[in-house]
Structure formats: structure tokens, C-alpha cells
Design a protein around this ligand. Structure first.
Ligand code: PEP
Length: 256
């Protein structure tokens, strides 16, 4: 099945709301609209930027999607500092990144919590981008495939087939995030193929075949082409390069 590639730019904790609007406009200027028929491009800004990103995308009728970097498992109430899936849905978000390795590392997020966040997204019609990936020592020990498959199953626990169908997976080896080290295309394919096999077990071949599996880890315009040639790599979760409008536009055009 032909899957539309997805390029999602994770800005992390960068750009204020004014800089956010400028970046979206610059990407729109640098990326001719015709490419958006072949690749889906999404911005994943900090919470404080989402409203501005929404206004510029809707106001200028830009064909981009957008979303958030995290979400609460709670619906509403006394959870100071939290943002609910309902709030993000009301802002027109399509995607929510859950289980990014930086949240797993700095906020001790477990697979169980990640699965609860993914379920909270689905309750409000949002597509979670569920991140998985091994640390360097796991890869060096040769245990990366087994580790990622187990992490994936734990992070999707409890989702039904319909929810899985609108879930995106991002394979992000921790050693490649923000380090300038990209996994080779063959390395990315090895793990993304194992992810698709696990999705087939969980959801059946038809749904697994339509789900998008992204690669993330220092993706740029020089590496994206070969990565996306791999049969089980359906796009990229892009950090550093998503903050450079010309580079992000270029890599999105290559992915198209
Ligand atoms: C990320 O934040 O998900 C990421 C992959 O970052 P970078 O592209 O900078 O490695």
C-alpha cells in the first residue's frame, strides 16, 4: 500500500510565538504547494506557539498540519501545568508526540504512561506519534530490535485496532537524536521492519500496512532521501533541521 510520507518538525523548547509564526511563513514560502500533495508536513511547536501556528495556517490556507509535543492523561481538573487532549483538539491539532526519549529520560515516562497518553489522544480524535528507540549501550549489545519491539508493545498497550490505525510510530534511536549521528538507512529499515511486523501481530496486516512508521535522529536534507527509499520508513520526525526553514522545506520536498 502506498503510504503518504509524513515529515513532522519537533521544535522542542525553541521559538516564541512570534518566531513560530515567522518560521511557518518562511517554510510556506520555500516549499511550493504542489509538494504537499505528495508529502504531509506537520509542525510540532511548544504549547505556547500552537494558537499562533493555527492562525497562520488557517488564515493563509496553508496545507500544513500541526500538533503538540506532549499531553496529559487527564481530562481536566486540578493538574497544574498540564494540557489536555481536549484542549489540543479544540486548537485544531492533528498530532501529539508521546513518549519522546527526552520525556522518557527527563520526566521518567514509562511505557504504561505513554500508552495512557496515546489513549487520551484517541479519545479526542488526535493521532499520537508514539516514539520508541534504544540507547547506545542496547544497540552495542545487539539487543536493539528486541528492545524496541517490547517498548512499542508496552507503549501501545490497550489500544484497539481502530485506534492503532490512526497512530503513527516514530523510531528514534536515542544515540542519534541531536547528535548529528544518523542511523544508516539499512539500520533504520531493520528496526522499522521489525516495528511493522509487531504492528501486524497487534492489528493485522491490513492496518499495519497503512500505519506510518517514521525515522527520527539527526535527519537532514542529505540523509532523508535514502532513509525514505526504505520500504518501511514512511517519513521523519525532525528536530534540529526543523528550526531551519530552508532546510526543512528542502527535506520535505525531497520526501515528496
Ligand atoms: C527529535 O527531536 O525527535 C529529533 C529526532 O531531533 P534531531 O533531529 O535534532 O536529532
Amino acid at each position: 500500500m502506498a503510504r503518504t510520507p509524513l515529515i513532522a518538525g519537533n521544535w522542542k523548547m525553541n521559538l516564541n510565538h512570534l518566531e513560530a509564526i515567522a518560521l511557518v511563513q518562511k517554510v510556506a514560502f520555500a516549499l511550493p504547494e504542489k509538494y504537499l500533495e505528495k508529502v504531509e508536513v506537520a509542525f510540532i511547536p511548544p504549547y505556547t506557539d500552537i494558537r499562533g501556528v493555527q492562525i497562520v495556517i488557517e488564515g493563509d490556507k496553508l496545507g500544513f498540519a500541526y500538533g503538540a509535543q506532549d499531553v496529559s492523561v487527564h481530562e481536566s481538573g486540578a493538574y497544574t501545568g498540564e494540557i489536555s487532549a481536549g484542549m489540543l483538539a479544540k486548537l485544531g491539532c492533528t498530532y501529539v508526540v508521546v513518549g519522546h526519549s527526552e520525556r522518557r529520560e527527563y520526566h521518567s515516562e514509562t511505557d504504561e504512561l505513554v500508552a495512557a497518553k496515546a489513549a487520551a489522544c484517541h479519545k479526542h480524535g488526535l493521532s499520537p506519534i508514539v516514539c520508541v528507540g534504544e540507547k547506545l549501550e542496547t544497540r552495542e549489545a545487539g539487543d536493539h530490535v528486541g528492545f524496541v519491539v517490547e517498548q512499542l508493545k508496552g507503549s501501545l498497550a490497550g489500544l484497539d485496532k481502530g485506534q492503532l490505525a490512526s497512530t503513527v510510530i516514530a523510531y528514534e534511536p536515542v544515540w542519534a537524536i541531536g547528535t548529528g549521528k544518523t542511523a544508516s538507512a539499512a539500520d533504520a529499515q531493520e528496526v522499522c521492519a521489525a516495528i511493522r511486523a509487531a504492528l501486524t501481530e497487534l492489528a493485522g496486516p491490513e492496518i499495519a500496512d497503512q500505519m506510518r512508521v517514521l525515522y527520527g535522529g539527526s535527519v537532514n536534507s542529505s540523509t532523508v532521501g535514502e532513509l525514505l527509499e526504505q520500504p518501511d520508513v514512511d517519513g521523519g520526525l525532525v528536530g534540529g533541521s526543523s528550526l531551519k526553514p530552508d532546510e526543512f522545506a528542502q527535506l520535505s520536498a525531497i520526501a515528496a
